[in-house]
Design a protein around this ligand. Structure first.
Ligand SMILES: Cc1cc2nc3c(=O)[nH]c(=O)nc-3n(C[C@H](O)[C@H](O)[C@H](O)COP(=O)(O)OP(=O)(O)OC[C@H]3O[C@@H](n4cnc5c(N)ncnc54)[C@H](O)[C@@H]3O)c2cc1C
Length: 422
């Protein structure tokens, strides 16, 4: 079969590999550089993760083994422990904050512990049974932690009412807080290592760009490929009047489908307005030099700054700081913030930050509301009748990390293989 994969992020590159053995696969990328969100570039010979700082880990054994079939884990990657902290009340304290309540002031400690005791008396509610993200946070952490940390942090990040955020995206992605663990952590004061990504792998050189470059090897990839039109001829999909494919896998933004695919959805009964109204957030990233620190991620909940996180990418690998005598990091802001506005924020952040470069990425975080899952399922069903498949963070509107994107690619490839046999 001839298969077109639109997009060369981790999803597109992965599925191209899964299907290449038995099919003729072409990866078509709209931009002039492959990699999607995990692209990096060197600035003054220091490595700038243009969207956050990407590290790898996977719980799924199949994903884990498949990934390592491309790399030498010991030679080409470092293994590091997550050293996350919270910048709160002008001090750096431990993460997750609920395990470091003892570092807060006495009034807060009293309130938080009383609330935790009350919560522990209630019957355990599964995340999916909460009405929305706000109820989940209050139900699990209590009002005080919600007000001082979870609400301001998540409001800054999501830029949306937390009551409108559905719980479906959370499933399996956040460790569930546990009363006994919280109390023990606060008394024993040991580091937490049960977090989803408590340790991670990171390339010794070139960060996630190294992953992109390696995964692109052996694939047929065309950059700067713009779809002008699509036609459905017999059982084939014709792109730009000259390229014919049996199947098409779309990994771009579901709200920006080629017009012919939109028309297909309309005829299948989808309200395009509902589709185009899906909400997402972009991120603005300021790449900086910083003073030395051991931290990997610093979360900044309070509203004194628009920044919500600093990722100390210079700590992931020394080669990331090659052009500087200092370490480097990325300061993350939700939404579109001008360079001048970001610079103004630096004074209130720790580390004597000096800017090197910046980037704005329009598509970073998907926001799922209560209707998203069912809408996406209906859309997938309609498109699949024409051999068009959706895959990836913005195509499926899923809060995927790289490992989850690979897992989704694996499962879609299996589905396509099964269909080929039918
Ligand atoms: C700030 C931040 C930090 C993150 N940190 C981590 C981390 O540490 N670890 C981790 O595992 N995950 C992390 N993630 C998640 C990770 O970035 C995503 O899971 C992953 O990159 C999604 O890949 P994708 O291929 O689905 O989408 P994308 O990377 O968005 O790729 C889509 C590609 O399709 C192309 N495209 C779009 N439209 C078209 C079209 N019409 N024709 C052709 N091509 C098209 C785009 O140009 C792009 O190259 C992070 C995400 C963010 C936002």
């Amino acid at each position: 079969m001839k298969i077109a994969v639109l997009g060369s992020g981790i999803s597109g590159l992965s599925i191209a590999h899964f299907l290449s053995e038995e099919n003729n696969v072409s990866v078509l990328e709209i931009k002039n550089k492959i990699g999607g969100l995990i692209k990096c570039e060197r600035v003054n010979d220091c490595l700038f993760h243009k969207v956050g700082g990407h590290v790898f880990n996977a719980k799924n054994e199949k994903v884990f083994n498949w990934f390592w079939s491309f790399f030498d884990k010991d030679e080409e990657f470092i293994t590091a422990k997550r050293n996350a902290k919270v910048f709160f009340n002008k001090q750096i304290i431990g993460y997750p904050i609920e395990n470091y309540v003892y570092t807060l002031d006495k009034t807060l400690i009293n309130q938080i512990i009383d609330e935790q005791i009350e919560i522990s008396k209630n019957k355990l509610v599964a995340p999916k049974d909460y009405n929305n993200f706000e109820d989940f946070l209050i139900g699990n952490f209590g009002n005080t932690l919600f007000e001082i940390y979870f609400k301001p942090y998540n409001t800054k990040l999501w830029k949306t009412d937390l009551k409108d955020v559905s719980m479906e995206w959370l499933e399996g992605k956040l460790p569930m807080p546990n009363f006994s663990e919280i109390i023990k952590s606060n008394i024993l004061r040991e580091e937490e290592d049960t977090m989803v990504h408590s340790s991670f792998y990171y390339p010794k050189n070139e960060g996630s760009q190294f992953i992109v470059n390696r995964l692109s090897q052996g694939l047929n990839i065309t950059e700067n490929f713009k779809i002008e039109d699509i036609e459905f001829q017999d059982n084939l999909i014709c792109i730009n009047g000259e390229f014919f494919f049996d199947k098409l896998i779309y990994t771009g933004d579901i709200r920006r489908l080629p017009i012919e695919i939109d028309n297909l959805l309309i005829s299948g009964g989808i309200d395009l307005e509902e589709l185009k109204a899906l909400k997402s957030n972009g991120t603005s990233n300021l790449f900086c030099e910083t003073d030395n620190t051991e931290i990997s991620w610093l979360y900044i909940p309070e509203p004194f700054t628009k920044a919500h996180r600093i990722i100390y990418t210079g700590n992931f690998s020394d080669s990331n700081n090659r052009g500087s005598s200092r370490k480097t990091c990325v300061v993350e802001f939700s939404g579109k913030i001008s360079y001048e506005e970001m610079i103004k924020e630096l004074i209130s952040l720790p580390g004597n930050l000096k800017p090197l470069s910046w980037n704005y990425e329009q598509n970073s975080y998907v926001i799922q509301d209560h209707k998203t899952k069912s809408l996406m399922n209906r859309i997938k069903k309609i498109l699949e009748t024409k051999h068009i498949y959706l895959l990836g963070r913005f195509a499926e509107w899923e809060y995927y990390n790289m490992d989850k994107a690979i897992e989704a690619a694996m499962s879609l490839a299996n589905k396509i293989k099964r269909r080929n046999l039918e």
